[in-house]
Design a binder for this molecule. Structure first.
Ligand code: HEM
Length: 144
């Protein structure tokens, strides 16, 4: 994934804007995910408020490091392997990506545009691919 400096800046600013107010990106994301893919609800067994906080901080970390995700390799590999244990399979990846994009669009409202859509699609794809690749290093398994 190659995002230019302006695109990385746009991604970071839109992430900050989308997580500033409540309900934020993460709340809307889960609501949307469980609407479009109700079967994924059963995979989440813990406290959803805590889960939302973890997702937000992890996304923040990845977005901060988006130009060189390889730096996060060990963390991405562990995270992806834990997802195998949660019952996540590759086809969930696209659903999560769509729900996330929907939530970004909904949170930013009039501030959302095609450029923001493009940088988020590229970033999500880069993160998902990096997680899958990292999880496959050293151990072959189904991951998402
Ligand atoms: C960009 C990709 C993703 C990121 C950054 C991400 C991030 C996280 C984080 C930080 C956690 C907290 C627990 C941990 O660290 O192990 C988590 C848990 C979880 N994620 Fe993801 N995730 C991603 C993709 C997915 C996908 C595609 C699914 C499929 C539905 C999914 C389902 C889950 C489930 C079921 C849990 C466990 C919650 C529980 O224990 O109750 N995630 N994820």
């Amino acid at each position: 994934m190659t995002l230019g400096a302006d695109e990385v800046d746009l991604l970071r600013r839109s992430f900050q804007a989308a997580t500033r107010d409540m309900p934020d990106l993460v709340d809307l994301f889960y609501r949307r995910l469980f609407q479009i893919a109700p079967e994924t609800r059963l995979l989440y067994r813990g406290d959803m408020a805590l889960q939302g906080e973890k997702l937000k901080s992890t996304l923040g970390m990845m977005i901060a490091q988006i130009q060189d995700l390889a730096m996060l390799h060990p963390m991405l590999a562990d995270l992806a392997r834990r997802h195998v244990g949660y019952g996540v399979v590759p086809r969930h990846c696209a659903l999560v990506g769509e729900a996330l994009l929907w939530a970004v669009r909904r949170t930013l409202g009039d501030g959302f545009d095609d450029r923001i859509e493009g940088v988020w699609r590229a970033a999500y794809q880069g993160i998902a691919e990096a997680m899958i690749a990292a999880a496959h290093d050293g151990q072959a398994s189904r991951v998402a």
